[in-house]
Design a protein around this ligand. Structure first.
Ligand SMILES: [Mg+2]
Ligand SMILES: [Zn+2]
Length: 229
């Protein structure tokens, strides 16, 4: 049963980003582009040029939207989100080989859980930010903060803290991602499956990575023990 995972030096564990990775585009970006609350563009620019942390920026952007728009925003996201091909096959591969699979996301619970519902991923294997719609405007909650070992400190949902639950000398830690929320995690894992900005970052920092387009590609490389073949 577990023959393929013998190719790895240690048992593999997967940490997979959500926005722009499991879904083909970033849902927070899509929400802000579509509803475009006044002031949102300046915050986006501050996040991109790193004068504002992701946590602060995302919190501020959602605070521009009234809680009364919850249904409208949720149905917008659910209608436009597309799952990247091969995701079901990746989950099946993990199940077959008893490889732990975690969703590690800087996204928000109110759209993330409904989109992932058909895939039957255990809830305790999904890490994301929370939301509170009881106030006048949307309030983002941060149930998974940075630990004292995170040099970043303002992740929002701290991917490195989740990854550190699996010690590096016992597990072959693999991150799958595409962008800025994955940069810190990419630096501490054994292998990165990368797309987009994350590929550029891995090249810049000389991190072991395999660029991918679909999760079929990821499964193919996992079958080879994470080698570039
Ligand atoms: Mg992403
Ligand atoms: Zn952190």
């Amino acid at each position: 049963m577990k023959t393929h995972t013998n190719h790895f030096p240690r048992p593999p564990v997967l940490f997979c980003d959500f926005d722009g990775t499991i879904t083909t585009s970033d849902n927070i970006v899509a929400i802000m582009k579509h509803f475009n609350p006044p002031g949102c563009e300046a915050i986006v620019n501050d996040i991109i040029n790193e004068s504002k942390s992701i946590k602060q920026g995302v919190g501020e952007m959602f605070a521009l939207l009234p809680s009364s728009m919850k249904e409208e925003i949720t149905s917008f996201v659910l209608n436009q989100a597309t799952i990247r091909p091969g995701f079901t096959q990746l989950l099946e591969w993990c199940k077959l080989h008893e490889v732990p699979f975690y969703v590690t996301s800087g996204g928000i619970d109110f759209f993330l859980y409904p989109i992932l519902a058909p895939f039957e991923i255990p809830t305790d294997h999904i890490y994301c930010n929370g939301s509170d719609f009881n106030g006048t405007n949307i309030n983002i909650l941060w149930p998974h903060p940075c630990d004292e070992q995170c040099e970043h400190g303002e992740c929002g949902m701290c991917k490195t803290a989740v990854i550190r639950q699996y010690p590096e000398n016992e597990y072959f830690r693999i991150l799958i991602g595409d962008s800025i929320t994955d940069f810190a995690g990419a630096k501490i894992v054994d292998l990165v499956f990368s797309r987009s900005y994350l590929t550029e970052k891995c090249i810049e920092l000389g991190l072991p990575h395999i660029p991918f387009e679909t999760f079929h590609d990821v499964v193919h490389h996992l079958e080879q023990g994470g080698k570039k073949s």
